[in-house]
Write a protein that binds this ligand. Structure first.
Ligand SMILES: Cc1ncc(COP(=O)(O)O)c(C=O)c1O
Length: 450
């Protein structure tokens, strides 16, 4: 490993020079943008990709985009799931264009509301819905509802989880103890008072927490997708379902990323029924939109909680949530874009990619593995898929990761930053997969022989 890190350090230095030479326009735009944007970017984390300057995009369509310097990229990041059904899917673009002449937002539902609700219900197999603008907000609102209907304060999450910038989930585990995530800015509350994190795939730890009967909700993804990828052990999510029922804790499944599994998400494909499900990012084809679903029974409990509260702000909802434009985009995404045929294509190609990447890993005799959840793959620097976040973290190596990302980017292939995720969309072609595999093979060759 030490030798590989040394070689990756050299590769990274060479690739940073190559990037700067290849991207004079991005370099110039970075200078200009720095005059008016913090860190020179519209959101500060856009500066954390590991490139010398941010890569500025000129246009994006389907599974690829062109940067400001006119270079074409095969996109396997796809906006970290936001563009999971391809950039500017034609049906969504048409729906947005049509709605654009009929109003964007009015604080009232458009005539499309019943159809959008029916589409959500059919797609995810959940009866009742509310909209939000981001998955972060949807998670935050669901936690509020959960606390309101159960009259309990605490929330259980998993070590290594990420549900957007929801403070209730921002815990780290250090020497077996939960603490506020140290990187949080401006957080003055002790989050451990009302939140607890336990290891993923550990039903005994979950039961130990839940049996205190203090937990309103258990919030999790079906797999941890933000600390590398940690897949659920057989029966783990079903076990969570049973424990939540036993201890009257609401089970929230955040399917924002695991919608990669199949049409309808992981829970529908695996016949698990959460109390709440949360979905964001790709649900409106990449336009900001999110939704949370629940049963009619839970809807009655939510209405009772709202009706029993004094009139005024509920702390749930934002002005633009559920706007007219969003309804049009959600409807077009669910009914015309994220079709069974689209998923069949995505899953088959992702399977081919998994197979070819595994072949490369064994050819180069690297102790690495590929984990896959439907259309989503993760390369991890450990022999076996990790079973919890601690194992996933132990396998991470920033230098090797950055070297691989930049080598690929400099040859027209984009992976998701901050880990090694690859997504396949309905317009990804075999040729795109071949390019990724060919360049990755060259990269490993260079890394091993540098
Ligand atoms: C599982 C999961 N849920 C929620 C979110 C939050 O999404 P957003 O940043 O769009 O609010 C993320 C973001 O990466 C996520 O990974």
């Amino acid at each position: 490993m030490k030798k590989l890190i040394k070689q990756a350090t050299q590769m990274l230095a060479a690739e940073r020079e190559r990037y700067s030479a290849l991207h004079p326009t991005s370099n110039l735009l970075a200078k200009q943008a720095a005059q008016h944007f913090l860190y020179g970017v519209p959101m500060h984390w856009m500066n954390d990709w590991g490139t010398p300057t941010p890569l500025f995009i000129a246009d994006a369509s389907g599974a690829h985009f062109t940067c400001a310097d006119g270079i074409d990229y095969k996109d396997f990041c796809l906006g970290d799931t936001g563009a999971m059904f391809g950039h500017s899917p034609p049906a969504v673009a048409r729906a947005i264009a049509a709605q654009a002449h009929k109003g964007f937002t009015a604080m009232l539902p458009s005539t499309l509301a019943p159809n959008a609700g029916a589409a959500l219900s059919e797609f995810f197999n959940m009866e009742c819905w509310q909209l939000a603008t981001t998955a972060t907000d949807a998670n935050r609102f669901v936690l509020r509802w959960a606390r309101a209907v159960t009259n309990r304060k605490k929330v259980l999450v998993f070590d290594g989880c990420f549900h957007g910038t929801v403070d209730d989930s921002m815990l780290d585990t250090v020497d077996g103890k939960n603490i506020n995530r140290q990187s949080l800015l401006g957080q003055v509350q002790d989050l451990t008072l009302h939140s607890q994190a336990v290891p993923f795939n550990d039903l005994a730890a979950v039961e130990n927490a839940l049996k205190t009967n203090q937990f309103a909700a258990l919030l999790t993804e079906p797999a941890l997708t933000n600390c590398g990828m940690v897949l659920p052990a057989d029966g783990f999510i079903q076990g969570l379902r049973a424990l939540c029922t036993k201890y009257k804790t609401l089970l929230i499944l955040d399917e924002t990323h695991t919608i990669s599994t199949a049409r309808g998400g992981w829970a529908k494909a695996n016949h698990v029924r959460p109390d709440f499900m949360v979905i964001g990012k790709p649900i409106a084809g990449g336009l900001p939109a999110a939704a949370y679903g629940f049963s009619y029974d839970l809807a009655k409990r939510m209405e009772a909680a709202k009706d029993a509260a004094p009139p005024g702000h509920s702390g749930i909802g934002t002005t633009l949530s559920g706007n007219m434009m969003t309804l049009a985009a959600i409807h077009a995404t669910l009914t015309e874009t994220a079709t069974e045929a689209a998923y069949t294509h995505m899953l088959a190609l992702a399977g081919h990619l998994e197979h070819q990447l595994n072949d490369l890993i064994s050819t180069h005799q690297l102790p690495w593995n590929i984990s896959r959840m439907g259309a989503r793959l993760e390369l991890q620097f450990c022999e076996k898929s990790p079973s919890n976040a601690a194992e996933a973290r132990a396998a991470q190596n920033d230098t090797i990761e950055s070297a691989i990302h930049l080598y690929l980017l400099n040859r027209g292939v984009l992976l998701t930053p901050f880990h090694n995720m690859m997504l396949v969309c309905p317009t990804t072609h075999e040729a795109d997969i071949h390019k990724l595999v060919r360049v990755f093979n060259e990269c490993l060759g260079a890394l091993i022989s540098t």
